[in-house]
Design a protein around this ligand. Structure first.
Ligand SMILES: Cc1cc2nc3c(=O)[nH]c(=O)nc-3n(C[C@H](O)[C@H](O)[C@H](O)COP(=O)(O)OP(=O)(O)OC[C@H]3O[C@@H](n4cnc5c(N)ncnc54)[C@H](O)[C@@H]3O)c2cc1C
Length: 364
């Protein structure tokens, strides 16, 4: 049997394809397969192992940068299994937006800007960071349990410390089938929209906010971003407070954050499409922003965590100097792997995917 015949034998005639259009649509895949359940995912992994063909899981494809040989599209595994008071259990292909619609009085607190489009499995595999990241952290913090098929074809349930073997590893150890996610109460914050005419003034305020126990989130928007959102040509911080310390309450606080959520799209309309997420020491931030300002590169992000996203135009000459920027400012590209990550992934691969058929090339 050929590869495609074997895939069709597993998932049925209409759920596997090597048609040119499908292959192109999935980034030059060798084949695309749409499993409907754990058993089919298991069989696909076993087939890929026997054939020595690499496979890559695809959630909603929002953050997928390249395709491997067989793309396992998880979109048909889209059932919400349980909605309980403090957790939700869902198959990997469920969109975060669909989970959000089911929740009342509770929230899944990590809401990436791609929340309307991204899948639960993709968020866990990417350990996605949401807006208000200072308060809520990354997706991994809210994952209670993951069921996956590893590269040996074994179905596993990971909990506790073992979740580190799947969260953020971009499918390199296993294909996530479903997950149990913890929920948080929907708490309202009061907020402040602060305007700064100089970066020095902003840095001073940041130092003060760092020591304020009521502060929950600090989000930065530079002059270009602020002016595109109609806030005027000055740097701004949105600050969330527990309690009623902030001047903006209820709908007003929401309005400030809603405007901020529009930023990637507003910047995109101006051809600022190339966002780099950088982690840097708080004391380097002013110097870094001054450099970006000279080159008119907009920037925003959860500055309270030391994370900033400069957004380059694709034709920006500054983009070619980002390596210099990383070195100069001791900043790290959040998603780039480093030697420690590679060593850890190698060890995990030896256990979970010794034949390296999963997400090949992502780390190794
Ligand atoms: C406009 C825009 C805004 C964004 N905003 C944010 C943001 O605020 N924060 C952030 O962190 N990211 C952001 N992203 C990146 C991306 O949306 C997120 O990483 C998202 O979580 C990806 O989800 P997805 O379902 O589309 O996954 P995909 O893009 O399909 O996959 C992402 C990775 O996870 C793996 N994967 C997917 N499903 C599974 C599975 N079931 N099992 C194992 N591995 C799997 C894939 O192989 C791939 O390596 C943004 C992207 C865009 C385009």
């Amino acid at each position: 049997m050929t590869l495609i015949e074997s895939l069709k034998a597993i998932v049925g005639e209409v759920n596997a394809s090597e048609a040119e259009l499908d292959r192109i649509a999935y980034g030059n895949a060798k084949a695309v397969v749409w499993p409907s359940n754990a058993e089919e995912v298991h069989k696909i992994v076993m087939l890929a192992r026997r054939a020595g063909v690499p496979i890559t899981a695809r959630g909603a494809g929002v953050g997928l940068r390249f395709a491997n040989d067989i793309i396992v599209d998880m979109s048909k595994m889209n059932s919400v299994i349980t909605v309980a008071n403090d957790y939700v259990e869902a198959e990997a292909g469920v969109l975060l937006d669909d989970v959000n619609k089911l929740l009342k009085g509770k929230v899944f607190p990590v809401q990436p800007e791609s929340a309307k489009a991204c899948s639960i499995g993709g968020m866990i595999a990417a350990n996605a960071l949401g807006i208000k990241a200072m308060e809520f952290g990354k997706t991994g913090k809210w994952v209670e349990e993951v069921k996956m098929v590893d590269g040996n074809g074994i179905c596993l349930t990971l909990k506790g410390d073992a979740l580190r073997h799947v969260v953020g590893l971009r499918g390199a150890t296993g294909i996530i089938l479903s997950a149990k996610l913890r929920l948080s109460d929907a708490v309202e914050r009061t907020a402040e929209l602060l305007k700064f005419n100089t970066l020095t003034a902003m840095q001073e305020k940041l130092d003060e906010l760092k020591n304020d126990a009521d502060v929950r989130n600090i989000e930065f928007m530079d002059e270009i971003s602020s002016s595109l959102l109609g806030f005027g040509m000055a740097s701004h911080l949105i600050v969330d407070y527990a309690g009623d310390k902030g001047m903006l309450k209820g709908a007003e606080a929401k309005e400030a954050w809603d405007a901020r959520k529009q930023l990637p799209f507003v910047l995109g309309q101006k051809r600022y499409l190339n966002a780099h997420e950088l982690q840097m020491p708080l004391e380097s931030i002013t110097r870094f922003l001054n450099l970006l300002r000279k080159d008119e590169v907009p920037c925003y992000g959860p500055i309270g965590l030391g994370v900033l996203c400069p957004v380059f135009r694709d034709d920006s000459s500054f983009a070619s100097r980002t390596d210099y920027v990383y070195r100069q400012f001791n900043a790290k590209k959040r998603k780039t792997s480093n030697p420690e990550t590679e060593k850890r992934v190698l060890e995990l691969k030896a256990h979970y995917d010794p034949k390296n058929i999963l997400s090949r090339g992502k780390f190794i």
